[in-house]
Design a protein around this ligand. Structure first.
Ligand code: SAM
Ligand code: DTB
Ligand code: SF4
Length: 329
């Protein structure tokens, strides 16, 4: 499998616009070169600090300036996080992703508490991912030292469309944080959202940025917008499943070694819809009844889907050794 970092807009566009069944077939072939193609990573989200965020991300129910009915909550206790992580582990999750409604991390007692959570959950034998907003290089190192495995920081959309969605930070800010995360040798989780009124070219542009980073993100979440009442995007129409499949398949073809996560939006998808995404190369999901603030399918329902489709949950740290080999010189 060839890992290329010199993808052009034209080449990605040609793949993205391939007739759908040909696209799925091509992506499925690439996916099947991977011995563990029937394994799917299960990640469980824990919203460790909810709502009241200073940013203006148009899609987000946690921005303080929008009137949504999110239950605002300060930073959770370490004990509570550990007990949620244990339930997730018992249900088959191998990764816990802790999300905070922060613009950026500050060097204060809350961050120290997050470091404690990271270390406690890592000690339980689970992969820990954090998504806490912007990070400096030294904060990224502290997370790594505490036992954090991955950092999620989405570029969300194309550089061109970014300021239509968020004005309180820039696309460059996002890329800087991703650089700090890489430098600290945390694994990188970065993707975006579709269904926010962007064009196909914006989606292609987003994939071009991800696939031409010095190293591909280790995982790429593809979120379908969950349109939440009270946010500026509340009236966006549900994104058609064929668009989700196109994104997953294109990501699989251009970033063949990355984990592609079918992320937000699964609650609105049928088993058949999701089957197409797994066929097209998706190999990770967020599981558990809640994402950060919005509903997600129940574990039992997902396990039934795994049974029907012949999928298996992936063990933690499976690719840790391969991560280094990811680098492209
Ligand atoms: N505050 C941190 C940040 O913005 O990086 C971390 C948490 S934030 C909620 C993580 C990601 O969730 C966002 O970058 C966005 O991609 C995704 N997200 C948030 N609201 C969403 C929604 N309504 N639908 C789909 N994805 C969403
Ligand atoms: C990601 O790409 N999607 C997750 C996670 N990373 C942090 C978040 C989805 C949030 C959906 C809206 C909500 O539940 O608040
Ligand atoms: Fe805040 Fe993150 Fe939501 Fe933006 S996406 S409003 S930064 S929690």
């Amino acid at each position: 499998m060839d890992v290329r970092n010199d993808w052009t807009i034209e080449a990605i566009s040609e793949i993205y616009h391939t007739p759908l069944l040909d696209l799925i077939y091509r992506a499925a072939n690439i996916h099947r070169e991977n011995d563990s193609y029937s394994e799917v990573q299960i990640s469980n989200l824990i919203s460790i600090k909810t709502g009241g965020c200073s940013e203006d991300c148009s899609y987000c129910p946690q921005a303080a300036r929008y009137h949504t009915d999110v239950n605002v909550h300060p930073l959770m206790s370490v004990e509570k996080v550990m007990s949620l992580a244990k339930s997730a582990k018992d249900s088959g999750a191998s990764r816990v992703c802790m999300g905070a409604s922060w613009r950026e991390v500050r060097d204060n007692r809350d961050f120290d508490k997050v470091l404690e959570m990271v270390s406690a959950v890592n000690d339980m034998g689970m992969e820990v991912c954090c998504t806490l907003g912007m990070l400096t290089a030294s904060q990224a190192e502290k997370l790594k030292e505490a036992g954090c495995f991955a950092y999620n920081h989405n570029i969300d959309t194309s550089g061109e469309y970014y300021d239509k969605i968020i004005t309180t930070r820039t696309f460059e800010d996002r890329l800087n944080t991703l650089g700090n995360v890489r430098k600290a040798k945390l694994t990188v989780c970065s993707g975006g959202i579709i269904g926010m009124g962007e064009t196909h070219d914006d989606r292609i542009g987003m994939l071009k940025v991800l696939s031409t980073l010095p190293e591909h993100p280790d995982s790429v979440p593809i979120n379908a917008l969950v349109a939440v009442e009270g946010t500026p995007l509340e009236n966006q129409k549900k994104v058609p499943i064929e668009d989700v499949v196109r994104m997953v398949a294109t990501a699989r073809i251009i970033m063949p070694k990355s984990v592609v996560r079918l992320s937000a939006g699964r609650n609105e998808m049928s088993l058949a819809d999701q089957a197409l995404c797994f066929m097209a190369g998706a190999n990770s999901i967020f599981a558990g009844e809640k994402l950060l603030t919005t509903p997600n399918p129940a574990y039992d329902e997902d396990m039934r889907m795994f049974d029907v489709l012949g999928l298996k949950p992936r063990a933690p740290f499976k690719d840790a050794a391969k991560q280094v080999a990811h680098a492209v010189s």
